[in-house]
Design a protein around this ligand. Structure first.
Ligand code: KIV
Ligand code: NA
Length: 265
């Protein structure tokens, strides 16, 4: 396998090749995602929702992110593995941000980190980049700020917020970030941003003009079934398939069909 690097992602943008990115949080899932040639695996703090059952991404800890990331790293041969810095580990103090990023790199073996925000966290991003750690940005709907926004609706529909987003994207490029996630913003804004910077934009609810796309794997597989945003394309209904399989197992145990004569020693 030829490993994906931060440089190959920037080259993909240059060559007009779209980038595929998907979350994974554990070894078995990451093994499948990597073998399917997904370019970037994101160990997202969405683990707080889909793995731990929290309502928001805020509660997940650095130790928990490192546990997920190290499980993913053990599974991959090809993909670039990016890990979210969780809420509270980088916003206040650049030194603390660097310490958090170093812990992720050292203790999990991940390849890069992702941080939410622009101008507000500029010094933290600089500090991490100066240590040689690749950084991916994340603008638009940044879920760690959900209590500031109040809702999960589309961001940057108004001129002022759109202008700030554009400015932040250019700043991230200038600092030396290798890419930026744009979450739930108008397609036309994604287009304008993507055309204005040389590093790839990775969209989730950002429309067709992003240089790449990212989804939460549980959503793509249809394991989550109460979450129905417009941007989500489901490629399976795994919730139903798993429910049926598990019900069959329960029935077979109750009816003494499982195990049969061939399934015992
Ligand atoms: O945590 C996550 O899964 C993310 C993506 C949705 C971009 O940040
Ligand atoms: Na995230």
């Amino acid at each position: 396998y030829k490993r994906v690097t931060v440089k190959s992602l920037v080259d993909m943008k240059k060559n007009g090749e779209k980038i595929s990115m998907l979350t994974a949080y554990d070894y078995s899932m990451a093994k499948i995602v990597d073998a399917a040639n997904v370019d970037v695996i994101l160990v997202g703090d969405s683990a707080s929702n889909v793995m731990a059952g929290h309502e928001t991404t805020l509660p997940i800890t650095l130790d928990q992110m490192i546990y997920h990331a190290s499980s993913v790293i053990r599974a991959i041969d090809r993909a670039l593995v990016v890990v979210d810095l969780p809420f509270g580990t980088y916003q206040s103090d650049p030194k603390k941000a660097l310490h958090s990023a170093i812990r992720i790199m050292k203790e999990s073996g991940a390849h890069a980190v992702k941080l939410e925000g622009g101008e507000e966290i500029k010094e933290s991003i600089k500090k991490i980049l100066n240590a040689g750690i690749p950084v991916m940005g994340h603008l638009g709907l940044t879920p760690q700020s959900i209590y500031k926004f109040g809702t999960y609706t589309v961001r940057a529909k108004e001129e002022e917020e759109a202008e700030k987003l554009m400015k932040d994207a250019k700043m991230l490029e200038k600092l030396g970030c290798f890419g930026v996630v744009v979450e739930k913003i108008p397609a036309e804004l994604t287009k304008a941003v993507s055309e204005s910077i040389s590093i790839p934009t990775i969209g989730i609810g950002g429309g067709k003009h992003a240089d790449g796309q990212v989804l939460v794997i549980h959503d793509l597989l249809g394991m989550t079934h109460e979450f129905n945003p417009r941007f989500l394309r489901r490629y399976m209904n795994l919730y139903e398939e798993m429910s049926a399989a598990i019900s069959n197992y329960v029935d077979d145990v109750k009816s003494r069909d499982f195990p049969n004569d061939e399934e015992q020693y």
